[in-house]
Design a binder for this molecule. Structure first.
Ligand code: SAM
Length: 211
């Protein structure tokens, strides 16, 4: 769902489409797959935000929790100068698609593909520079509580869908919405993080680990 006024959303989308991006054809193919199969992926706008943040941050280690078939991971990998993005997903099929897209994109050397429980896999890594949350929405708070000590000071957490169709702003939230609200509130209250929630698409929360 789009939180923004649909005309404004369409205008931003128009800008996205006139912007040059080297891998346009393959990205379009990945987006078409999502539309045909009703597979939730970040869109171009959030992808471009991720690309820009990654360029500014110059991370060595990015961990994605919930990678699907690699669309969001593309923007990290493309912007990275060195190091790796670790893609995680429960579904082997998703990651084998991701691998084949990454092969076509010439990005295989910038990625590791790990099938299994994303939080357990991420636990194996120390000194994470960027942690991207796009797994089951009820798991965001658990993920941050279990992984915050694996993040470098100065690292970033980027969490998608944190406005959850705008439902976080409504009274009497359902269980999933309540879990996302808990996560958002934790990130804003915590003295370990400095957080902002950007109302792009379905909401992107970005936090810096400050201590
Ligand atoms: C929203 S999709 C990811 C889309 C991807 N980030 C993108 O924008 O291109 C969420 C994915 O996370 C996977 N997933 C959800 N919870 C998970 C978990 N706890 N461990 C591993 N994978 C998980 C699902 O199988 C699904 O493919």
């Amino acid at each position: 769902m789009n939180i923004l006024n649909s005309q404004v959303e369409a205008y931003i989308e128009q800008l996205n489409r006139i912007a040059f991006i080297e891998d346009e054809e393959i990205l379009k193919e990945m987006e078409d797959y999502a539309h045909k199969n009703d597979f939730p992926i970040i869109d171009r706008t959030v992808g471009r935000l991720i690309y820009l943040i990654t360029k500014l941050k110059n991370p060595k280690l990015v961990i994605e929790l919930g990678s699907g078939y690699g669309y969001s991971a593309y923007y990290f990998a493309k912007a990275m100068n060195y190091g790796k993005v670790v893609l995680t997903d429960y579904q082997e099929k998703n990651l084998s698609m991701a691998k084949s897209y990454f092969e076509r994109l010439g990005l295989l050397d910038k990625a590791d593909f790990r099938v299994g429980n994303a939080i357990e896999i991420a636990k194996e890594y120390k000194d994470i520079d960027i942690l991207f949350l796009d797994l089951e929405k009820t798991k965001y708070l658990e993920a941050i509580l279990r992984l915050k000590d694996n993040l470098k000071v100065g690292s970033l957490v980027i969490a998608d869908n944190t406005l959850w169709y705008g439902k976080v702003a409504q009274d009497n939230p359902d269980d999933k919405t309540a879990k996302i609200k808990e996560f958002n509130e934790y990130m804003f209250k915590s003295r370990e993080f400095f957080s902002i929630l950007i109302p792009l698409r379905d909401g992107v929360l970005i936090s810096s680990k400050i201590e």
